[in-house]
Design a protein. Structure first.
Length: 329
């Protein structure tokens, strides 16, 4: 089996047909990742030595990134021993497992967003970090990813915020068929979108639409846990019209500034207008002291990353979770 060595000196072997990412996770090497289908680019790395082969398309890479030698570790298998330049998060990841669950409640939050609570079997002790996501396995084996929208509290159901995608297979289930007590399965926790490096920084969250879900969980974890204190907490949440803003932050215990931003509001809207990343840039004076967690549309995340890094945010302090399509690649 080919042996992978990271530039930080960690080593692991890769089985035939296994991605570099899966092999790393199996060996407790915590690489940054989200979608696992080559779409989001969270798992970017560079092959310093050795040869790899595509398992599936790397749609998350721009041509400039490709030319600069980047690959996606979730989309590559090793052909020979490899020296891999990649960020090792250096934190233990909670192993994912598959569990049965039942719908506890369903509630419309807006015209196209549903709040779903999932109840786990008693004593199942499902553990996750605020910001992580789960795969829900629904009728007919349809499997889709959803961020958990609440921080871990023993005995509390998992909360999901689900946006309706027109014609979507799982959207059809959630919005037309799902009923309390339906039996589903979940697999998780997944992804590495959780808080780190926030002590003494200005902590900024950027979210669009249901990208609020993991941000809400992280904000709750800051309120409840002994998380290292950041200097300030600001949340920019974007939608199109006022009806899209289905949540407000007044119940949070952590001191914070909450800035709703609308892109298509009429003259009655007296709040901020445009895109969350532009509004953040207009407000920010000390980007070199900030850490940014961005979640929602792929377009927002790419644009925010490009603009904020160009304006002085250190690249390693931009963390993101893109809600790309999660059906199999
Ligand atoms: C890590 C991760 C976390 C996610 N968390 C959430 C969450 O908390 N809440 C939430 O509402 N969604 C979330 N998503 C998106 C979700 O997993 C599904 O992809 C989405 O809800 C569509 O599923 P569906 O079965 O309804 O549509 P599908 O049957 O999968 O797709 C129907 C059509 O819509 C297109 N499509 C599907 N998803 C998208 C998309 N996101 N953007 C653009 N086009 C799309 C497909 O290409 C297809 O043409 C997340 C995705 C990822 C990767
Ligand atoms: S592209 Fe690899 S995890 Fe998303």
């Amino acid at each position: 089996m080919p042996l992978i060595t990271t530039t930080q000196g960690r080593q692991f072997s890769v089985a035939e047909g296994e991605s570099l990412l899966d092999a790393a996770l199996r060996a407790d090497v915590a690489l940054s990742y989200s979608c696992r289908t080559g779409r989001c680019s969270s798992c970017k790395g560079k092959i310093r030595e050795g040869e790899t082969r595509l398992l599936h398309e790397e749609t998350g890479l721009s041509s400039a990134e490709r030319e600069a030698g980047w690959v996606l570790t979730c989309a590559r298998q090793a052909v020979s021993d490899v020296l891999l330049e990649v960020e090792d998060l250096g934190v233990p990841l909670i192993p994912a497992r598959t569990l049965p669950c039942r719908i506890q409640s369903l509630e419309r939050l807006s015209a196209d967003v549903l709040r779903v609570e999932l109840r786990l079997p008693p004593n199942s002790r499902f553990n996750y970090r605020a910001g992580q996501y789960i795969d829900v396995i629904g009728p007919g084996g349809v499997r889709r990813s959803y961020s958990v929208a609440n921080a871990l509290v023993e005995g509390r159901p998992l909360e999901l915020h689900i946006r309706q995608v027109p014609g979507g297979a799982m959207s059809q289930y959630w919005f037309e068929q799902a009923r309390p007590n339906d039996l589903l399965r979940l697999h998780g926790p997944l992804g590495t979108f959780f808080l780190r490096d926030v002590a003494d920084r200005d902590l900024v969250f950027l979210a669009t639409g249901t990208g609020l879900a993991p941000v809400k969980a992280m904000l709750e974890s800051l309120s409840e846990a002994d998380a290292p204190r950041s200097r300030s907490v600001t949340v920019y949440w974007g939608g199109r019209v006022p009806e899209d803003l289905y949540w407000e932050s007044s119940a949070l215990a952590v001191p914070h500034r909450f800035v709703p931003v609308l892109s298509r509001a009429d003259a009655d809207w007296h709040g901020r207008r445009g895109h969350v990343q532009a509004v953040m840039l207009a407000d920010s004076t000390a980007l070199d002291q900030s850490v940014v967690y961005a979640c929602g549309s792929d377009l927002m995340i790419r644009d925010a990353h490009a603009q904020l890094v160009a304006a002085g945010l250190p690249e390693q302090r931009f963390h993101s979770d893109a809600f790309v399509c999660s059906s199999a690649a």
